[in-house]
Ligand binder design. Structure first.
Ligand code: SF4
Length: 593
């Protein structure tokens, strides 16, 4: 295997290392890069200097009598130090050269009020100078241009700076070959500005890793200790953590569910056509997913544009069966997947995760009944509480399956009590066919669903499974290897694992709200044989209800901040990743208070 130690380290990565070693690890080792406002502004600042590379004469050809000149976008490397840099600008004056780097922000203010370059920028420029010197150029100073204040900060590259930078290069190279990611910074002002804050989750990881000193070997012993699983009261620290991620995303999923639609793309705008007439236009930078139901055609150009933006395209049958995703190259890091495969082979670990997921799901089902049932059924609530406790201490995956099935039976037997539209004034309307649909629910049935509520539940679970498939892929998991659900063709067991606690909170809740608020009405259903399905208008109305639920702000029980459900799904997925990579030991299943 080719080791990273043989690869040239980019000067930009030394900047990241000095800013935060964990950021360096994410970007350089795991290949994760996320844009935020600051990085977009930074790219914009660089458009002035990026572009065609100017020629740079060899050092020996620069004469002391040469007139000052500027050369842009110069790429140079040094085998001696194992580093490479793209210089924004190189000012030459006679035989003397000075690199200039463009930064979007403002310079650092020293205590005496003077301005200076930030340590990370100083290190990056020193790397450039080392490369220039190694290529024979005479270079004594470097300049950082800060665009916000339009100031140039010039500094001398002295021996001390060179020695510090060589140490930093060395440390960065060692980290590039390490197998463990450094811990997050503590309460740092850098984190809110970091583009990877949503990936890193510094505050959450610190909160969850307070028990990290337990070694991996001890962790395995810890895992088989039944009373500790799913016991959220064991989580360290009670105080809320800083919310550094936005509570919700501005990007929205796009749903297309009318057969015969045709999707093209022009200048990063998706154009949805019906019989050659444009019926909808959506900017790619406003969309986080494209969901296609039934026979909708997408041009190759549109697929390329969507994949380039790393937006997933999810495919469903007309009946709502989720059967695939197209996405770009995706997460390049395989480290998490390697850990996922390793831990999936450890039965005690799988059982620990499965117990927590099932116990969390049963607790959330109980909470749903308590909150929404017209007269919360006391016996059912007691049963569910007992089954939650049984799940926490189940001795095998098989027994857990039995507990989960029994809990589902109790929960669904009482689901009707949460439907509040079957009053006389809500009498069903004629669908236009021979059928009269009501919102009567007797038991869960599927493939095909035989009544409106089962049709809605199946669609809701299908969309939720799709969301968790996409999120788990984004985080770096293989969604086709779970810890509770077993691999089966065409299903994503990890997504099914992760969705267990969220079935009642997101899917069932969206169904109940769609019915109870009359967003979905009897005329939104059709019957084909013994199957009941939604009409295109019905699906559209349900997508609205589902997205409303996903956008609902909810307080995270451990961190105390409010974010929407879509954000919670990603946070939970990343917290599971932390457990697999050994950063934390407990997976805190999401349960509502
Ligand atoms: S969020 Fe903070 S700890 Fe995490 S990578 Fe960014 S700067 Fe480092």
């Amino acid at each position: 295997m080719i080791q990273a130690e043989n690869a040239l380290l980019p000067a930009r990565m030394i900047n990241e290392y000095v800013y935060c070693p964990r950021l360096f690890y994410y970007e350089h080792v795991e290949g994760i890069f996320v844009h935020n406002l600051e990085t977009i502004e930074g790219s914009h600042v660089h458009t002035r200097v990026d572009g065609k590379e100017d020629d740079l004469p060899p050092a020996a050809e620069l004469l002391e009598t040469d007139r000052p000149a500027n050369r842009r976008s110069i790429t140079l490397s040094s085998e001696q130090y194992g580093i490479i840099a793209k210089l924004d600008l190189l000012e030459t004056d006679g035989s003397l050269v000075t690199p200039v780097d463009y930064k979007r922000g403002e310079p650092c203010k020293a205590e005496d009020g003077s301005i200076e370059a930030w340590p990370a920028d100083r290190a990056q420029l020193t790397v450039q100078v080392l490369i220039l010197r190694d290529n024979g150029y005479v270079c004594e100073e470097a300049i950082v241009y800060y665009a916000r204040t339009k100031q140039r900060v010039r500094f001398t590259i002295d021996e001390q700076l060179v020695a510090e930078t060589l140490q930093q290069i060395d440390a960065a190279r060692r980290l590039a070959n390490a197998t463990e990611i450094p811990p997050p910074l503590e309460d740092s002002p850098k984190c809110p500005r970091c583009s990877l804050v949503g990936v890193c989750l510094p505050e959450e990881t610190r909160r969850m890793s307070n028990v990290r000193s337990i070694s991996r070997q001890q962790m395995i012993l810890f895992e088989v200790e039944p009373n500790r699983t799913a016991n959220l009261s064991n989580q360290p620290g009670d105080e809320d953590v800083r919310r550094l991620v936005p509570s919700r995303d501005d990007l929205k999923p796009l749903y297309l569910n009318q057969p015969g639609l045709y999707v093209g793309c022009s200048r990063k705008v998706l154009q949805v056509k019906d019989k050659k007439k444009i019926v909808q236009q959506v900017r790619l930078n406003e969309v986080c997913q494209v969901n296609l139901f039934g026979s909708i055609q997408v041009t190759t150009q549109a697929i390329q544009a969507i994949c380039t933006e790393e937006i997933p395209i999810a495919y469903f049958s007309m009946g709502g069966w989720f059967y695939g995703v197209t996405h770009g190259l995706g997460v390049k890091n395989i480290y998490l997947r390697r850990e996922q495969f390793r831990w999936a082979d450890v039965p005690s670990f799988c059982l620990r995760i499965a117990r927590a997921l099932v116990a969390g799901k049963i607790k959330n089902q109980r909470t749903m009944l308590q909150r929404n049932h017209i007269e919360p059924p006391k016996v059912a609530l007691v049963h569910l509480k007992c089954m939650q406790e049984d799940a926490e201490t189940a001795f095998s995956q098989e027994s857990l399956l039995g507990i989960e099935g029994n809990a589902a039976r109790v929960y669904f037997q009482n689901l009707q009590g949460m439907i509040k539209v079957n009053d006389p004034e809500d009498s069903p309307t004629d669908s236009g066919a021979d059928d009269l649909f009501t919102f009567e629910f007797n038991s869960r049935n599927r493939r095909p669903p035989k009544d409106p509520i089962n049709a809605l539940l199946s669609l809701a679970y299908s969309i939720l499974a799709k969301d968790l498939t996409i999120i788990s892929q984004t985080v770096g998991f293989d969604p086709f290897l779970g810890f509770y659900h077993q691999p089966r063709y065409g299903r994503a067991p990890l997504a099914l694992d992760l969705m267990e606690p969220f079935r009642p909170l997101i899917a069932d809740s969206a169904v109940l709200s769609a019915i109870n608020t009359k967003m979905i009405r009897p005329e939104h259903f059709i019957r084909a044989g013994n199957a009941v399905a939604l009409t295109p208008d019905g699906r559209k109305a349900f997508f609205r209800a589902y997205e409303q639920r996903m956008d609902t702000l909810v307080t995270h029980p451990l961190f105390g901040y409010r974010v929407n459900y879509r954000r919670i799904l990603e946070i939970q997925c990343r917290l599971l990743a932390r457990v697999l990579t050994g950063e934390t030991t407990n997976y805190p299943v999401f349960v509502t208070r």
